[in-house]
Write a protein that binds this ligand. Structure first.
Ligand code: GRF
Length: 204
């Protein structure tokens, strides 16, 4: 069966190392648009160098989260994207956005969800004395850092670990599982059943 390649938009707010890892890998889909809420996000340069359309839309220009989200939805829908990938996009999204892309919106978070949603994950994990940390790719719902889990990777926490060393270790894993999860989506392999995501067999 010939599955049409998916059109992917990536939203970022910062350096864009996950965007770069997505660009390095075969996703069975094409990143056609990269957007940011910050015009000076380094990741926008990575996208431009790769010849991808970019846009910056400042949340500060909007009176409410909902108004910002509606403008973002409009921009992405105009590009006719099948999948929206949040790769370090540091905005809390309202249902205006999450409903518009329900089932085709994924995020990466630097913790083993459902542990440590939100900010400062590494500091909080170390303060709790965990021995394993990691990262999660998940479908996005209106609840922050929730939603069915597609992939996770774990790392050991060493005795002399700091938030910075842990973030660096986890980031290496992020760059592995994010392209893997996006490819599974593009190949139509993800079957969501409540909170669980199962893999469909490969169509040949
Ligand atoms: C990553 O750690 C990601 O998990 C989190 O934000 C960071 C983004 O890093 N959501 P980068 O911009 O992809 O380098």
């Amino acid at each position: 069966m010939n599955i049409q390649r998916k059109r992917i938009a990536v939203l970022i707010s910062g350096r864009g190392s996950n965007l770069a890892s997505l660009l390095r890998n075969d996703l069975s889909g094409d990143i056609v648009l990269v957007g940011s809420n910050k015009a000076d996000a380094k990741g926008l340069d990575i996208a431009r160098e790769a010849g991808i359309d970019t846009f910056a839309l400042s949340h500060k220009a909007f009176a409410s989260r909902e108004a910002f989200d509606a403008a973002l939805v409009e921009r992405l829908q105009a590009a006719n994207v099948d999948l929206v990938v949040l790769a370090g996009f540091m905005r809390i999204l309202t249902p205006v956005f999450t409903d518009a892309f329900a089932g085709r919106l994924v995020n990466i978070h630097p913790s083993l969800l459902p542990s440590y949603p939100g900010l400062d994950t590494h500091e909080r994990a170390l303060a709790d004395g965990v021995k394993l940390a990691g990262c999660t790719v998940h479908f996005v719902t209106s609840e922050l850092d929730c939603g069915p889990i597609i992939a996770q990777a774990a790392v050991n926490v060493d005795d002399d670990e700091t938030p910075d060393t842990l973030a660096a270790k986890v980031l290496v894993q992020e760059h592995q599982i994010f392209p893997y999860a996006v490819k599974l989506f593009c190949e139509g392999r993800l079957q969501v059943d409540g909170n669980r995501v199962r893999l469909r067999p490969i169509n040949r």
